[in-house]
Design a protein around this ligand. Structure first.
Ligand code: F6P
Ligand code: MN
Length: 333
């Protein structure tokens, strides 16, 4: 089979030049972060700020290393006028952005970073917004609904490094050829199985869940003879990218719904950096994403770091889970 690189795939798909520049830049970030993670693990670094490397030098936390890689490469891309990171309080304007700069990259540089302590999978997530201007980007420019995203993607740093991209219509998966230091096409037109029998949730929050979440998970646990009529398996990676990559490959449903413990903040995961880009990818692969009552991509954001409850994955599984929200008495969002 002929080998298709990210670059040749973008040419064949006629990806517009600025977007191709952003995809190539995020791919380079993925390669650099991948190496940084492997080197850190080999030298006994676990990603904690203040830890000391083999040369006795104090280390930056790996999520800051990853953030710096995105900022440096994004600023040099020539097409971004702003970068918006989960690691930064405010918008990071790209100084002296060129005349073609009209996009913002909204990103979570290192998702699931608690896994670094145990050499578990982590990821990067990003969303591309068309801001339409090269300077003076404001919060109002960036607070767009998920449906307005021009593109989104993630990089999973697992046994292999994988890049998944969407422009909102279809989903394409690439794998990192570490020898050639380039991403190679694995699958075009990725589709999530409509139905599955696997769920992903942090079960330790059971006592804090709202009634609809309890109802759904209890019915999943009751197996073949229960109301859902099939046995469910459970997986939890503690890194959204890793859990959703599994769901993209073989189906299932991921839940981090708002609960009693997260209601003051509106949920756990971040709308702009995590929920929106992942929802664009999952919907483009035929899946669905909801808060339980509202389509994630239709939420009007009011804050850069806004959090949200999310139920995302195989379409029929998400619909089934949401039915519990429709059927049960409130209070819940
Ligand atoms: O970014 C937040 C995050 O690390 C997600 O990647 C992951 O799904 C979740 O938090 C893990 O949450 P918990 O600590 O409850 O397992
Ligand atoms: Mn994250």
């Amino acid at each position: 089979m002929a080998r298709t690189t990210l670059e040749s795939w973008m040419k064949a798909q006629s990806i517009p030049a600025p977007l191709a520049r952003i995809f190539a830049m995020t791919a380079d970030c993925g390669i650099e972060i991948s190496v940084a993670l492997r080197v850190a693990t080999a030298s006994g670094q676990n990603g904690k700020a203040g830890s000391v490397n083999v040369q006795g030098e104090e280390q930056k936390a790996l999520d800051i290393v990853a953030n710096d890689i995105f900022l440096r490469r994004g600023a040099a891309s020539g097409v971004l006028s702003a970068m918006v990171s989960e690691e930064l309080e405010d918008i990071w304007p790209v100084e002296a952005a060129g005349p073609d700069a009209r996009y913002a990259l909204v990103f979570d540089p290192l998702d699931g970073s608690s896994n670094l302590e145990v050499n578990g999978a982590v990821g990067s997530i990003f969303s591309v917004l068309d801001i339409g201007k090269a300077a003076g980007v404001t919060k109002e420019d960036v607070l767009q609904t998920g449906t307005q995203q021009v593109a989104a993607g993630y990089i999973l740093y697992g046994p292999a490094t994988v890049l998944v991209l969407t422009t909102g219509e279809s989903v394409t998966m690439f794998g990192l050829d570490e020898v050639a230091a380039e991403f190679v096409l694995v699958e075009d037109g990725v589709q999530i199985p409509v139905e599955a029998n696997e769920f992903a949730i942090n079960m330790s929050r059971y006592h804090q869940w709202y009634a609809p979440t309890r109802g759904f998970i209890e019915d999943c646990l009751s197996g073949k003879d229960g109301p859902l009529g099939k046995p469910y398996n459970m997986r939890w990676c503690a890194a959204m990218v890793a859990d959703l990559h599994r769901i993209l490959c073989r189906g299932g449903v991921f839940l981090y719904p708002e609960d009693e413990g997260t209601k003051a903040r509106g949920g756990r995961l971040r709308l702009m950096y995590e929920a929106n880009p992942m929802s664009l990818i999952v919907e483009a692969a035929g899946g669905a994403a909801s808060t339980g009552t509202t389509r994630v991509l239709s939420i009007e954001p009011s804050d850069l770091h806004q959090r949200v409850g999310i139920i995302i994955g195989s379409r029929a599984e998400v619909e089934t889970a949401c039915q519990y929200y429709a059927d049960r008495a409130r209070p819940y969002p």
